[in-house]
Design a protein around this ligand. Structure first.
Ligand code: ATP
Ligand code: MG
Length: 312
């Protein structure tokens, strides 16, 4: 098992059910496991049939759950940036700066950045509070953006640092006879903040691209569209250096499901063949369609034994 396991895939395929039952299988093996939802539309609580919120809660021995609340995180994030900025500016423009930051943090992307900060904080807690973290992620597009963010933002921050350094070099010349200014330049808080962010993103990227530490599983159903989408997503993650450990084919109709589902079952068989040929030699796990939704420990246990096979 890896320190960080991600479950991703199209909407409604069974990511949450897989993350929850895999986490349960680890906990049963005595592994201290935290299962985290990064999907703004949480449903981890539904899967466990227990309330889970943005504070970590115990679910059963060796298992804890957490739903990252993007809005709460974005607010915290905004406040920390405001505090830093306010130290740097004169009192006259404080209100204007506050307003600007608030506008910026209502924009799309801010919540992702905030979720990302939380994400890094959690990753750093492994080894201390937990042995492993299992991530239940949002539907594909959102998650791929989140996972490729360190690479993209890292480069962008690097560029900002360079610009700031150039400006500082100019100021240095002016500050040759101005000692206090020279000191301020030497400890430029903007460069310090940017460098800290760059280092954080680099750390996240190091975790995500470390094949010994992180693995990503795609959950799909035996249907046409998810196969194409999954193949594209597998390519994209590989290009970003993130290991794809295999695919979980969920909601496979069992052979004894009866005549009503027989036609659908036959069409699933075709897609299963296609999935096997397209994705092998990656491990492929098949989970049966149950006769009811997966909700509560009993149903999670039913598929948890199969999910445990993912890393054995
Ligand atoms: N093998 C299964 N048999 C029966 N029902 C299932 C199975 N797997 C998942 N479900 C049900 O299908 C629905 C979607 O599953 P789940 O929430 O795990 O998917 P998801 O990929 O996390 O969805 P979303 O994209 O909305 O987050 C849920 O109601 C769940 O209980
Ligand atoms: Mg889900």
């Amino acid at each position: 098992m890896k320190q960080f396991t991600f479950f991703g895939g199209k909407g409604g395929t069974g990511k949450t059910s897989c993350a929850a039952s895999y986490a349960l299988s680890l906990a049963a093996r005595g592994v201290r496991t935290l299962v985290v939802s990064t999907d703004p539309a949480h449903s981890l609580a539904d899967a466990f049939d227990k309330p889970i919120g943005f504070q970590t809660v115990p679910l059963c021995p060796n298992l804890w759950g957490l739903e990252i609340d993007a809005e709460v995180e974005a607010k915290k994030y905004m406040k920390s940036i405001q505090d830093k900025m306010l130290d740097l500016v004169s009192a006259t423009i404080v209100d204007e700066i506050k307003r600007q930051i608030e506008i910026a943090y209502m924009s799309p992307g801010a919540e992702e950045a905030a979720i990302f900060d939380k994400f890094i904080e959690l990753m750093e807690s492994v080894g201390r509070d937990y042995d492993v973290i299992v991530f239940d992620t949002a539907p594909t597009g959102h998650t791929l953006r989140l996972l490729t963010l360190p690479e993209i933002l890292g480069a962008w921050i690097e560029h900002l640092i360079e610009k700031r350094q150039k400006a500082m070099n100019l100021m240095k010349m002016a500050a040759r006879y101005d000692k206090p200014l020279a000191e301020r330049i030497a400890n430029d808080p903007i460069i310090q903040t940017l460098t800290a962010r760059r280092d954080k993103f680099a750390l996240a990227r190091k975790y995500l691209t470390d094949r010994e530490a992180s693995v990503f599983y795609f959950v799909l159903n035996p249907e046409k569209l998810p196969i194409l989408e999954t193949a594209r997503a597998v390519d994209l993650l590989s290009r970003h250096g993130i290991a794809v450990g295999g695919v979980v084919v969920n909601k496979v109709i069992p052979p004894d499901a009866g005549p009503f589902l027989e036609k659908k079952r036959l069409s699933q068989e075709g897609y299963l063949r296609e999935i096997r040929s397209r994705f092998s030699p990656m491990p492929i796990i098949e989970l049966p369609m149950l006769d009811d939704d997966i909700q509560g420990m009993d149903q999670l246990q039913t598929i948890s034994a199969l999910m445990g096979g993912l890393d054995s």
